[in-house]
Design a protein around this ligand. Structure first.
Ligand code: AMP
Length: 286
């Protein structure tokens, strides 16, 4: 596996791949890799493409009081996992390489509508930071296809909209969420949880599953279901931030015509913020 720290080295290698007629798949990450990230790599490999994994803890998507400084950085172990998973190259740029003019004042990409509400409301500027760095990575790597996890569902929809609006010739693939055996969505932030919090954490998935079961069973009182789920989370020891039932594409409040929905939630256990979501299809259910 190659490791590149600079855009110039990466581009030279990508150019060689292209000349051999190979396709390039990009998997953007912030490192501290787990089985969810590795699933993106194996899906990328299955496409028959050369797989580039970027590891970059992007300062512009963290708020001033968030965990940028303490975000886990485990490059050696990440590279070991990527080699084992068959990645072709890992791109590990510095902040200065990604933001040559400094990261405080940069050209920024704001994706409307899908960025608003939920994590967009709770983390002002977060999705502009994500959209900006993903657009930069797309320009640096120029992949044919890029893979993202459905775990970060709002982020995935932001990126789909970014690609459409800015005419990036890149296919976006959403990969289903990889979970621990008790249902907890794998996340680099799970490592922040104490043993007691870790035991509580799977309730987030269980409460989302109950909400999904209620909708699948015919309930259309979405606002009431959100309130019930918020109360259930509080009762399970979380500080719930939001539970929202939305249409699966625009993330707007569903109308009677919407039959592909997603239930999204964010909640804190102590200082650790967890997010998760489940999709619900109402097609063929009358
Ligand atoms: P991150 O390193 O948290 O920025 O995540 C990098 C990519 O991995 C994003 O596209 C995430 O959505 C995806 N990802 C993170 N956790 C999971 C998971 N449990 N299952 C599937 N994909 C995931």
């Amino acid at each position: 596996m190659f490791q590149f720290d600079t855009v110039a080295e990466l581009r030279a290698w990508v150019q060689g791949c292209r000349q051999r007629g190979e396709r390039i798949a990009l998997v953007p990450t912030m490192g501290n890799l787990h089985a969810g990230h590795i699933k993106l790599v194996t899906e990328a490999r299955a496409l028959g493409a050369r797989v580039v994994v970027s590891i970059f803890v992007n300062p512009t998507q963290f708020g001033p009081n968030e965990d940028f400084e303490r975000y886990p950085r485990t490059l050696d172990e990440d590279c070991r996992q990527l080699r084992e998973a068959g990645a072709d190259a890992v791109f590990t740029p510095s902040v200065a390489e990604v933001y040559p003019g400094g990261h405080q004042v940069v050209t920024r990409i704001e994706v409307p509508q899908v960025s608003e509400g939920m994590c967009g409301a709770a983390r002002p500027g977060h999705f502009a930071g994500v959209a900006t760095v993903v657009a930069k990575l797309f320009n640096m790597v120029q992949p044919n296809v890029a893979l993202f996890g459905c775990k970060d569902y709002q982020q995935l929809q932001v990126i789909r909209r970014l690609v459409r609006d800015l005419c990036f010739p890149i296919e976006i693939i959403g990969v289903p969420t990889v979970r621990e055996t008790d249902g907890l969505a794998m996340s680099s932030r799970n490592g922040y949880l104490t043993a007691e919090q870790r035991a509580q954490a799977s309730m987030l998935y269980q409460i989302l599953s109950e909400t999904r079961a209620a909708i699948a069973g015919g309930s259309r009182e979405y606002a009431a279901l959100e309130q019930v789920a918020m109360a259930r989370l509080a009762g399970a020891g979380f500080a719930p931030e939001y539970v929202c039932v939305r249409d699966a594409v625009l993330l707007a409040v569903p109308t009677a015509a919407d039959d592909e929905l997603v239930i999204l939630a964010a909640a804190r256990l102590g200082n650790t913020r967890l997010i998760d979501n489940l999709t619900v299809s109402l097609r063929h259910k009358g």
